[in-house]
Design a protein around this ligand. Structure first.
Ligand SMILES: Cc1cc2nc3c(=O)[nH]c(=O)nc-3n(C[C@H](O)[C@H](O)[C@H](O)COP(=O)(O)OP(=O)(O)OC[C@H]3O[C@@H](n4cnc5c(N)ncnc54)[C@H](O)[C@@H]3O)c2cc1C
Length: 364
């Protein structure tokens, strides 16, 4: 660690968002970066996720297009940092009634208009792509750009690349306060004080608390999701199945969709696990006899209006924020754009819609 405890950029949060920013900053030769985390890299939401790289159906359509830009960056990211089990499986979002089909048709049209490739599949087409799927399916929407990644490998490879590119990490080190003195941030931690010219808040769920140190209000909510993990099974789910499940490359199926507003409560509850299992079997009847090896739950960090909060914090010079749901999907694009903003004060794709100033009446 730098003896002076002085850095050019400090990033608080070593999840997929903070590490993605550190990776792109250090790749662009930004010197003297510290990433600080109160736990270990997977201790937040990045370690309790389905990790789909999911694009189609996101609302509004412009946001779906924004996520598509991120999905497009994954193959190149994998080429650079190494195997992260990124698979562009294509995504299927099934429906089971004619009413849902009408909604799906509208969605396909508006997403295509926005530049997101989505098509409508009829029952036979769904079953051709997914032969083990329930015969009750009426149709589905399908996009070739959806996929998934292994979040454990993603973080492992990010951290290795970041260290190779000169980034310093301080784990198990909680930030307990932040001040701004003489134009520099003073970040107080359990292991001492660090100063920086520029500060990035990428603390996931805890970004609200981090913002409060500088009187910045961060409007986010917590939404729990519970996931069932089966034993490794022979490959039989070929796509990422929207709203519900995916099969990992090493065989286990991850099933889960719950959205529960229960605060920071990471328990797995029998009622929700039971419901999740029931829906899982309705999708793939063969799952009925699968051996369940574990369940886990994670807390989504969801901005009040559902879309990311990215960019500068207008009322505090040199303060940046990156907090979002779908952080796995968005990590390569957030890293790219935030590093451009921090180093060049501009971004190659507009993040105007995602600025924190949208929540206040303050001028941008
Ligand atoms: C059940 C579930 C399913 C999901 N499925 C998907 C999906 O399929 N696709 C997708 O793209 N996204 C999905 N998500 C969302 C995605 O996982 C998150 O958006 C993403 O992991 C957020 O990453 P992050 O780096 O912002 O947060 P985190 O991973 O939580 O990292 C923030 C870090 O900040 C650190 N920190 C906080 N406060 C402090 C402090 N005071 N001092 C020091 N360190 C601090 C924490 O320790 C933590 O490690 C899912 C989430 C859940 C819960």
């Amino acid at each position: 660690m730098n003896n002076q405890h002085e850095y050019e950029v400090i990033i608080i949060g070593a999840g997929v968002v903070g590490n993605g920013i550190a990776y792109h900053l250090s790749e662009k030769k930004q010197k003297n970066i510290l990433v600080v985390d109160k736990g270990f890299p997977l201790s937040g939401t990045s370690g309790a996720t389905q990790a789909w790289v999911w694009v189609h159906g996101k609302k509004p359509d412009a946001y779906a297009y924004f996520t598509k830009c991120s999905a497009e960056l994954y193959p190149e990211l994998e080429r650079k940092i190494g195997d992260i089990e990124y698979a562009r499986t294509g995504g299927i979002e099934p429906f089971f009634s004619v009413e849902e089909m009408k909604e799906a048709e509208k969605m396909v049209q508006s997403q295509n208009k926005a530049g997101v490739p989505v098509e409508l599949l009829n029952r036979e087409e769904v079953l051709k792509k997914e032969p083990h799927f329930s015969r009750n399916v009426v149709g589905a929407t399908y996009s070739p750009v959806d996929g998934n990644v292994n979040p454990f490998k993603l973080l492992e490879k990010y951290i290795k690349a970041n260290r190779d590119q000169g980034v310093t990490f301080s784990f198990y080190n909680e930030v307990t306060g932040i001040d701004k003195k003489a134009g520099k941030f003073v970040v107080n931690t359990q292991k001492g004080k660090f100063t920086a010219e520029k500060l990035v808040l990428a603390g996931g769920l805890w970004t609200k608390k981090l913002g409060a140190f500088l009187d910045v209000s961060v409007p986010i909510k917590k939404v729990r999701g519970q996931i069932i993990v089966t034993e490794p099974l022979k490959p039989f789910i070929h796509h990422t199945i929207g709203g519900m499940m995916r099969q990992m490359q090493c065989g286990p199926v991850l099933i889960g969709y719950s959205m529960e507003k229960v605060g920071y409560d990471r328990r797995s509850t029998l009622n929700m696990i039971q419901e999740t299992a029931k829906f899982g079997i309705q999708y793939y009847p063969d799952l009925a006899k699968a051996n369940v090896v574990r369940c886990f739950s994670g807390i989504r960090v969801v901005p009040e209006d559902g879309i990311p909060i990215l960019g500068k914090v207008p009322q505090v010079d040199q303060l940046y924020i990156a907090v979002t749901h779908s952080g796995v999907t968005l990590s390569p694009l957030i890293g790219t754009l935030m590093s451009e903003l921090i180093m060049k004060d501009t971004t190659s794709i507009s993040i105007k819609d995602y600025q924190i100033s949208r929540f206040s009446k303050q001028p941008v």
